[in-house]
Design a protein around this ligand. Structure first.
Ligand SMILES: [Zn+2]
Length: 335
């Protein structure tokens, strides 16, 4: 079983004082010291038609002009662009696509695209929330053109993946399940009752701060497993955001690195049972570089079937989320 990755650190995409910075990647890439073996794919720019299958031409033109005139802030998040951002975003989307192609071509393989700028807030007609192009959605859309009948997207970033939800809002071949901290950016989406037209297919689970590892273990058993058993995806995509770590400066969702490993192990096991092993992790947020590298290691170990140990348990008490799980299970009629 091959583990693929592609690394896009985008050093030119940076803005003074902004958390979404190249320094997020400062500990990534030290492959020799790892217990797992990764086959690195040199990143390639995404073909324009793969990107326009998700984003409008109008948006791309606006984005390209903003980059040419950059550096500058494009929204209140704040999202920024620089003269290199257009190419960086196409490289991030292309690297994710390359990982996806290899996973589709090689049975039993899996991949983790380590790319920035991130993507899950980017909507069909707008970049937003530090995200320029929706890397994961572009790849999931591509997989659906390659004979994959159904794709599941799981988003464990601390923020709601509003862009991915918007892309697949009316796509019956895609399911979307997002866990995120309640009352956090982008605020207007990600409520438990969102997307009433797509019950059972678009699932949102806003969580109280410091929910932590025990919560994610329950979520895996009570939501993720029954969802996969019912939807029967041919591939799983994961928006892997390490800002759900308890020590992230922008969020407070309470996961530890071992919690990431347990959740990723469940995702990988489901992919092995239902998708011939096909799973593609895509990096989203995560603003503590130490937590990012630990989370990336946790996911690779889960992909390789290796144990994982880290010494970073959450120091905070964890709230009980049973009531919330009962609500989401009832809303989506999970067995
Ligand atoms: Zn995030």
């Amino acid at each position: 079983m091959t583990l693929f990755s592609s690394l896009v650190p985008s050093p030119g995409h940076r803005f003074p004082g902004h958390e979404e910075a190249p320094s997020r990647f400062q500990y990534l890439g030290d492959w020799e010291s790892k217990p797992y073996q990764v086959t690195l794919l040199p990143p390639e720019t995404a073909p324009r038609e793969a990107v326009t299958a998700v984003h409008s031409e109008h948006m791309l033109q606006r984005f390209e002009v903003a980059c040419r005139q950059g550096p500058g802030i494009t929204d209140y998040a704040p999202t920024y662009v620089t003269p290199s951002s257009f190419n960086d975003a196409f490289l991030a989307a292309g690297a994710t696509l390359l990982c996806t192609r290899r996973v589709l071509e090689e049975g039993g393989s899996s991949a983790f695209a380590l790319i920035r700028p991130p993507g899950h807030h980017a909507e069909p007609n707008a970049s937003m929330g530090f995200c320029l192009l929706n890397n994961l959605a572009i790849s999931a859309r591509y997989a659906l053109t390659q004979g994959v009948e159904r794709a599941l997207v799981v988003d464990f970033d601390a923020h709601h993946g509003n862009g991915t939800q918007a892309v697949f809002s009316d796509e019956p071949r895609a399911a979307f399940f997002s866990t995120h901290q309640e009352n956090l950016y982008p605020f207007r989406t990600g409520h438990i009752e969102d997307a009433p037209h797509a019950r059972g297919r678009i699932l949102n689970l806003p969580l109280p701060p410091r929910s932590g590892d025990a919560a994610f273990s329950l979520i895996a058993d009570q939501v993720l497993v029954p969802l996969v058993e019912r939807f029967k995806p041919g591939i799983i995509f994961v928006s892997a955001g390490f800002d759900s770590h308890w020590d992230d400066p922008l969020a407070d969702l309470g996961l530890s690195s071992e919690g990431y490993h347990a959740f990723a192990r469940c995702l990988v096991a489901l992919a092995q049972e239902f998708c011939a092993g096909r799973i593609v992790f895509v990096l989203e947020g995560g603003y503590n570089p130490g937590a990012v590298v630990a989370g990336v290691d946790a996911v690779f170990c889960a992909m390789a079937g290796l144990p994982f140990q880290a010494d970073d348990p959450s120091p905070y008490p964890e709230p009980d989320i049973h009531d919330r799980l009962a609500v989401i299970r009832k809303l989506h009629k999970l067995p």
